[in-house]
Ligand binder design. Structure first.
Ligand SMILES: Cc1cc2nc3c(=O)[nH]c(=O)nc-3n(C[C@H](O)[C@H](O)[C@H](O)COP(=O)(O)OP(=O)(O)OC[C@H]3O[C@@H](n4cnc5c(N)ncnc54)[C@H](O)[C@@H]3O)c2cc1C
Length: 373
C-alpha cells in the first residue's frame, strides 16, 4: 500500500533497470506504474555474464536463486587467442557465484518474479512528457494520460525519456557489431566462460545446461544487412576454436545489433531521471552494463525513500552523485578493454597475447571482483 506522502512514480521501460527499480520500490511500499513498449516478453536476446555487482542486487531482491536456476556458474574464466590457444585461465570460486552466465531473457524472467504482473502496462509508451510546476503530465500512445511526481527513463539506449527531457547527451554508434546465438548444442566448450580474441573481434562462449551461448562482436568497415549470417560465418571462421562448429549447430536467426554508447552530461532534472543504458550505455565488452543498471535501480530507490513529499529533485541529484564515479570508472575500463580486445594489427596482437599469457592480469581482475563482492 502506498502512503499519501509516497511519490507517484512512472517507470518507462520494463527492462533490467526498470524491473529492478520497481522491485525495490515495492519493498518500500510504493507502487510505481511501469510502461513497456514491447507487446510481450518474447523476443530475441543475448548472453550475459553478470558479475558480483549485479548479483548482489539480485540477492537483495530475493531473486538470485531464480536467476541461478536459469543460468550457470562457470568453473573458471579463460581467454584464448584466435584458433583456440589458451592464453590465461583462472578458477572462479566454487562456494559462491561470482559470475553468472545467463540469457538476458532468463535474467529478466527472474526479475519479473519480484514485480507483480499487473503493475506493468505492456505495449505502452509515452507520447508526451511535460514537467509542470507540481509534477509531470504524461500522455501515452493508448490515449490515456497520467500525472506523476517523478518519471524514470529506464528505456535503454534509444530512450524516449532522454529524447524528450534532456539536451546534453550523445549516442555514439561504434564500428562494432554484435551477434548472439543461444541454442541446444553438444559441441564441447567445457565448463568455463571463454573469451576468444580474433582479429578485430571477440567470441564469448558459455554453456548453460543443454544450451551454449555465443556472443560474437567484430569491428567492420561497412554495416552488413541484418541478420548478416554470411558475415557472422566469416567472422566465426577468423576467430576459430569452437565457433564454426557452434554455428553449424543452429539455423536460428541470431540477435544482431550495432554497439552504441550513451553519454549524458546530467542524468536528472527536478522530476525526471535516467537509469541504466538510458543514462550511460557502455560497450558490452565490459560485461558490466546490466550490473550498472541494477545498481542504479538500488541507489535511486534508496534516495526516493528519503525524498520529502512533493520535493524529489534533491533525491534525484543525490542518486546521480552516488552513481557517477562508478559509472565513469567502468566506462573508462570498458574503453580500454575494447581497445585491447579488438586489435587488428598482427604484431600488436602478438604483443598483447604475450602479456596476457605471461602476467597474472586475469587473476588480478578476478581477485578484485572477489574483493569488491
Ligand atoms: C550483445 C550484448 C551483450 C551484453 N553483455 C553483457 C554482459 O555480459 N554483462 C552485462 O552486465 N551487460 C551486458 N550487456 C549490457 C546489458 O544488457 C545492458 O546494459 C542492460 O540490459 C541495460 O538495462 P536497461 O534496463 O537499462 O536497458 P534494457 O535492458 O535495454 O531495457 C530497456 C527496456 O525499455 C523498453 N523500452 C524502450 N523504449 C521504450 C519506450 N519508449 N517506452 C516503453 N518502454 C521502452 C525496452 O523494450 C526494454 O524492455 C550486453 C549488451 C549487449 C547488447
Amino acid at each position: 500500500m502506498s502512503r499519501p506522502a509516497d511519490p507517484d512514480v512512472l517507470v518507462v521501460g520494463g527492462g533490467i533497470a526498470g524491473l529492478g527499480l520497481a522491485a525495490y520500490l515495492r519493498r518500500q511500499g510504493v507502487r510505481p506504474t511501469v510502461v513497456e513498449q514491447a507487446p510481450d516478453w518474447r523476443g530475441s536476446g543475448y548472453g550475459i555474464g553478470l558479475w558480483s555487482g549485479g548479483l548482489s542486487v539480485l540477492d537483495d531482491l530475493g531473486v538470485l536463486d531464480a536467476a541461478r536456476q536459469r543460468g550457470a556458474d562457470p568453473d573458471g574464466f579463460e581467454i584464448r587467442a584466435a584458433g583456440g590457444d589458451r592464453l590465461a585461465r583462472t578458477d572462479l570460486p566454487a562456494d559462491r557465484t561470482l559470475l553468472l552466465a545467463v540469457h538476458r531473457a532468463d535474467l529478466h524472467a527472474a526479475l519479473r518474479e519480484a514485480v507483480p504482473e499487473p503493475w506493468i502496462r505492456m505495449d505502452t509508451t509515452p507520447t508526451r512528457i511535460e514537467p509542470t510546476a507540481g509534477g509531470v503530465d504524461v500522455e501515452f500512445d493508448d490515449g490515456t494520460t497520467g500525472a506523476f511526481d517523478v518519471v524514470v527513463g529506464a528505456d535503454g539506449v534509444h530512450s524516449t525519456v532522454r529524447d524528450a527531457c534532456f539536451d546534453d547527451w550523445t549516442r555514439r554508434a561504434r564500428d562494432t557489431y554484435v551477434w548472439s546465438l543461444w541454442a541446444e548444442q553438444d559441441v564441447d566448450v567445457g565448463r568455463d566462460m571463454v573469451s576468444v580474441w580474433g582479429p578485430g573481434s571477440e567470441g564469448f562462449v558459455a554453456r548453460v545446461g543443454d544450451r551454449v551461448g555465443l556472443n560474437l562482436a567484430a569491428r567492420l568497415d561497412h554495416p552488413p544487412e541484418p541478420p548478416a549470417r554470411a558475415e557472422l560465418r566469416r567472422q566465426a571462421d577468423r576467430v576459430g576454436w569452437r565457433l564454426p562448429a557452434l554455428l553449424e549447430g543452429t539455423d536460428d536467426d541470431p540477435f544482431f545489433d550495432r554497439v552504441r554508447e550513451v553519454s549524458c552530461e546530467c542524468w536528472h532534472t527536478d522530476r525526471v531521471v535516467l537509469v541504466g543504458d538510458a543514462a550511460h550505455a557502455i560497450h558490452p565488452i565490459s560485461g558490466m552494463g546490466a550490473s550498472l543498471a541494477l545498481r542504479d535501480a538500488r541507489a535511486l530507490a534508496g534516495e526516493l525513500a528519503t525524498a520529502r513529499p512533493g520535493r524529489v529533485g534533491p533525491a534525484l541529484a543525490r542518486y546521480e552523485t552516488r552513481r557517477r564515479d562508478e559509472v565513469t570508472r567502468v566506462k573508462r575500463q570498458a574503453a580500454f578493454e575494447a581497445a585491447v580486445t579488438f586489435l587488428e594489427s598482427a604484431p600488436l596482437r602478438r604483443l598483447r597475447n604475450g602479456i596476457v599469457r605471461h602476467t597474472p592480469l586475469l587473476e588480478l581482475f578476478v581477485k578484485r571482483e572477489l574483493a569488491d563482492s
